[in-house]
Structures are given as C-alpha cells and as structure tokens.
Write a protein that binds this ligand. Sequence first.
Ligand code: IMP
Ligand code: MG
Length: 180
Amino acid sequence: MGNVIFNGISFKPFIPAEAIGTRISQIAAAISEDYEGKCPLLVCVLNGAFAFASEVFMNLSIDAEITFVRLKSYSGTESSGDVKELLGIEEDIRGRDIIIMEDVIDTGRTIKELLDNLKLRQPTSIRTAALLYKPDVCSHQVTPDYIGFTIPPKFIIGYGLDIDGLGRNLRDIYVAEEDN
Ligand code: IMP
Ligand code: MG
C-alpha cells in the first residue's frame, strides 16, 4: 500500500480495509444485539457515510430499514455552511428507533444539527454511529454511541471520505501527510 496524491496533497495509508471490515462487523453485531426484536431505521448522511452505512446494514442479523439524508448549506448569508437544511427524509420517523450513520464526526456540528432536527419528529429513540470520531476537535459534545475508530484531528480520505469529491472509492483509509 503506497501513498496516494490528490490536489497536490500526499496521503499515507492509515487504516487498512481488513481492519475497517472487522470493526464494521463488530458494530453490526452490537446493533443487532441492542435492537433485537425491533426494526431500527438507519439514517445515512450523504455523501460520505454511504460506504459505512451500507456495509453495517448488510451485516445486520435483524430486520432493519435504511434511508438517506443530505444536509444542504444555505447560501447567501455571511457564513454559508452554518445553517443547514435537511433534505431527503420522507419517512414518518415518529415512534421509530433511529440510528444516524455518519462517516466522521469532526466539530460535531453536522451531527448536532441532525439530532436536533430529527428529535423534533418524535422518534422513540435516536442513537448515532460514526466510522471515525475526532474527540480532540469535537466541540459540540456529541459522543457517538457506536464508534469505528477514534482518531487524531487529522484530515482523512477513503472508504467514503473525500477531498473535493475524490478518494471516496479507496478501500483503505489514508491520512494527509502534511499533517504529520
Ligand atoms: P463536523 O460537522 O465538523 O462534525 O464535520 C462533519 C463533516 O465534515 C463530515 O460529514 C465530513 O463530510 C466532513 N469531514 C470532517 N472531517 C473530515 C476528514 O478528515 N476528511 C473528509 N471529510 C471530513
Ligand atoms: Mg459527511
């Protein structure tokens, strides 16, 4: 496994595909046990979480559903990216057991907004699962219920995560070398 280069930035191998697969199997087993007899609705946050959410979902041994949402930043105000609109959730989530599937929790802002939005729709329960968690950056005090890997505050690509749209199809996870 060598380095890869996107936008002039060199990324070095960080988490191999085998380790990701093993961890995802463990998360799927934990969810299957925790939600035995229930039918949770996984809410995949697009784009980055598609690979993680799909792999966890396919490994569940219980009945479950999956849906996909996107958070669209409003533009036109001074800081676009601060206020986001939730697109894509048509299901009635009232009375459902929800598991939000995120690729990475960095500042925690995205997951916090989603949690606040979904809680208004009166689900029975909401938990969060994140493939990657950067606790050193997370200022919004959101600790995911299911964590793939706790990582330092560095820029990551692969397994769904991108740099300007690229790198999502790498099976392994890579870290930006300039950060080291
Ligand atoms: P947060 O709102 O700051 O927690 O950021 C979460 C979102 O930022 C993720 O869903 C990603 O789309 C993006 N992001 C955060 N860290 C990284 C990274 O290291 N690589 C790629 N995308 C990232
Ligand atoms: Mg994302």
